[in-house]
Ligand binder design. Structure first.
Ligand code: DGI
Ligand code: FE
Ligand code: FE
Length: 377
């Protein structure tokens, strides 16, 4: 009996881990064919979108060496939200005598129950699940649940998917940073040649006013913050813009902006948050007051911050390039309890300033009082 796998995703863009999963599925399931199925995704809803054509081209490049993999434009051609049950039923009709597998990551397993007509998916195809490195899946419990709920089993692949981030590739591309080591070389050439994820004129401001090191830090803040956007109910585009511009004034001087008024007694390391808010609005043209406010207090914090403000503050402190004692502990909180992470970051920053005998700005004192001492009147 012919064995056919279906592997869906946004592939925006495809990265090395997708290819590894595909190879593992082909080998472990002994597939005759693996259909790679990029989902249709609305450009308006996608953070840093690529055209369907570009996504398909990048997939073709990435899978060019794997004969059993074929790229399908089925869902993209259909447009709109595609439902997995319709896709697998379509292929079941096309290949009535084949055994179909639908390949998903362990993180999707919990999600699966909320998909439309899971029982119809399982009637047409068998799930083949790969584990995710940083995602604990209780496979025994899931198997039991599947048996009870659907009277079906799924196959657990032995392959463990590593954490690769398409978001990182997109953000790095936007900031003109080197994709080496994070993107398949041939795909990265395509991205560069076609300018797939090129930034707009606003981004040009960052490219001409920040150092490379600062751009890498900026990308780190963006990738970290975007990870939490959904959970915190924040629009990804807002999070991205605030993260990208949070340090836009890091190397600028207030003297060069005569219309800008710096508040009194601002310690030198804090100047760039106020100047940044000014520059982002008046020079770059970012008008969302919540974004401007997040930039304005990203260094000091303040009492009564917005969720966006807290997220930028935290991401700034724990992004992957940060390296100080205690940062790993803060990162662990970030993965778990965001509010706890935020108060711990605030404590850490305040202690750091006290240790270094640096002046603590009154907004930081207020934030500490509000969040750590819980003086919320
Ligand atoms: O701009 P970044 O380097 O990414 O990070 P940041 O904006 O959080 O902080 C820049 C520096 O400002 C950092 O060394 C800590 C310092 N800082 C933060 N809050 C205060 C502060 N310095 C003083 N003097 N007072 C503060 O309240
Ligand atoms: Fe900063
Ligand atoms: Fe920063």
């Amino acid at each position: 009996m012919e064995k056919i796998g279906i592997f869906g995703g946004t592939f925006n863009p495809v990265h090395a881990e997708h290819v590894e999963v595909a190879i593992a599925a082909i080998n472990e399931l002994n597939l005759d064919k693996l259909i790679i199925m990029p989902t249709f995704s609305s450009p308006h809803k996608t953070l840093i979108p690529a055209s369907a054509e570009d996504r398909i081209n990048m997939l073709s490049i990435a899978f060019s060496g794997i004969d059993k993999a074929v790229i399908s434009d089925y869902e993209i051609k259909k447009q709109g939200t595609s439902f997995t049950y319709l896709t697998v039923e379509h292929y079941k009709e096309l290949y009535p005598n084949a055994k179909l597998f639908f390949i998903v990551g362990g993180d999707m397993l919990t999600d699966f129950k909320t998909w439309k007509f899971p029982e119809r998916i399982l009637a047409a195809a068998t799930l083949a699940v790969f584990e995710r490195e940083n995602f604990k899946t209780d496979f025994a419990a899931e198997k039991k649940y599947f048996k009870q709920t659907f009277d079906k089993d799924f196959i657990k692949l032995s392959y463990i998917g590593k954490n690769f981030s398409s978001t990182k590739i997109r953000v790095y591309s936007m900031l003109n940073l080197d994709l080496e080591g994070i993107c398949i070389p041939a795909v990265s050439n395509y991205i560069k040649e076609r300018g797939v994820y090129r930034g707009d004129e606003k981004i040009d401001f960052l490219l001409s006013h920040l150092t490379k090191k600062r751009l890498i830090h900026t990308a780190g803040v963006a990738v970290t913050a975007i990870k939490k956007a959904k959970e915190l109910n924040l629009p990804e585009s807002k999070v991205l813009t605030a993260a990208l511009f949070h340090d836009c004034a890091k190397y600028l001087s207030p003297e060069d902006y005569p219309d800008f008024t710096l508040p009194q007694n601002v310690p030198p390391p804090v100047v760039h948050e106020f100047l940044g808010a000014y520059v982002a609005e008046k020079i770059v043209g970012i008008f969302d007051p919540e974004i401007i406010d997040a930039i304005k207090y990203h260094t000091t914090g303040k009492a009564n911050m917005t969720t966006l403000g807290k997220l930028i503050f935290v991401a700034d402190m724990i992004e992957e390039n940060r390296d100080y004692d205690g940062v790993d502990k803060l990162r662990a909180y970030f993965d778990g309890d965001f509010d706890k992470c935020f108060t711990e970051c605030l404590k850490e920053e305040t202690l750091h300033l006290l240790r270094k005998k640096m002046p603590v700005y009154f907004e930081t004192v207020n934030a500490y009082d509000f969040y750590v001492n819980n003086n919320k009147q």
